[in-house]
Design a binder for this molecule. Structure first.
Ligand code: KIV
Length: 285
């Protein structure tokens, strides 16, 4: 059984130092968040992947602050132990520092999140520092950054040559220096993730970054086989829930059509004397 104590940032740093692996999953609603929390996952990310896997957009850039906050509030209500991180959507940060801090603050004040995540963009260091200075814990995100993936040549592995690998390393170090408490490494070669993990004092959380990171994150809808439009190479599917849903609702449809649902167990009855009184009152049909 998972311990009941709320996960804290010092605890994550202790886990890195003691080489205990950190786990993180995305969640977008109360019931899923509750199950993930109860399973003992340390970090729950209300990811802007919401846009694609739940809202059906083509990319994450369409997701708004209001949509993120709506789902973050639902997640928060389902969580007692995991640290909840709100993913700052496209154009909610790096606009002006004032709006950035205000938007980051809404994840904590309006939605009850514990921290926010920002994807790396040129000049993000000042943004990260402004949010941290306002007292809001920040997780960074380098490597493949889906909000600006078009400029990175699409959804492809980053840092495969020494020059770009060095750039990603520099970005991760800069985010640590600006006070980030952890950094996501997305779609980078395992050796680069290993080098970064060994050189940073804050935890690295990998997604498509090999086994050497301090922790691992997946989009829960990928892990559960709920989002079938596209499955990246780095995903391991632990269930086929979309298939389970199709089978279950087909069985429901057939039961209804054949008169097998609802059965006696799903039906409310009336005492016989009340039934005959009712029939007397109503008269013949
Ligand atoms: O939005 C998201 O789900 C993410 C993870 C892929 C880290 O940013």
């Amino acid at each position: 059984m998972a311990p009941e104590l709320k996960v804290t940032i010092p605890e994550l740093l202790r886990m890195k130092r003691s080489r205990s692996k950190i786990t993180m999953l995305t969640a977008y609603d109360y019931s899923m968040a509750r199950a993930i929390d109860q399973a003992g996952i340390e970090l729950i990310l209300v990811g802007d992947s919401l846009g694609m896997v739940v809202l059906g957009y083509d990319s994450t850039t369409a997701v708004t602050m209001e949509e993120m906050l709506h789902h973050a509030r639902a997640v928060r209500r389902g969580v007692t132990r995991s640290l909840v991180i709100g993913d700052m959507p496209f154009l909610s940060f790096h606009v002006s520092l004032r709006d950035t801090v205000k938007n980051a603050g809404r994840f904590l004040q309006d939605a009850g999140c514990d921290a926010v995540k920002i994807e790396w963009k040129p000049g993000i260091e000042d943004v990260a520092k402004a949010i941290v200075d306002a007292g809001i814990p920040v997780m960074g995100h380098v490597g493949l950054t889906p909000q600006t993936a078009a400029g990175q040549g699409g959804f492809r592995v980053q840092g495969r040559d020494a020059e770009s690998a060095l750039r990603i390393h520099t970005q991760a170090v800069a985010l640590q220096e600006m006070g980030c408490f952890a950094v996501v490494l997305e779609c980078v070669p395992d050796v680069l993730a290993k080098e970064i993990t060994e050189r940073l004092t804050i935890p690295t959380i990998g997604i498509g970054a090999g086994p050497h990171c301090d922790g691992q994150v997946l989009v829960s809808y990928d892990l559960l086989g709920l989002y079938e439009a596209f499955t990246p190479k780095f995903v391991r599917r632990y269930a086929s829930m979309a298939e389970t849903i199709r089978e279950s609702v087909t069985a429901f449809r057939d039961d209804v059509r054949q008169g097998f649902f609802p059965g006696r167990e799903q039906t409310f009855t009336m005492p016989p004397e009340e039934m005959s009184r009712l029939q007397q009152e109503l008269g013949p049909a």
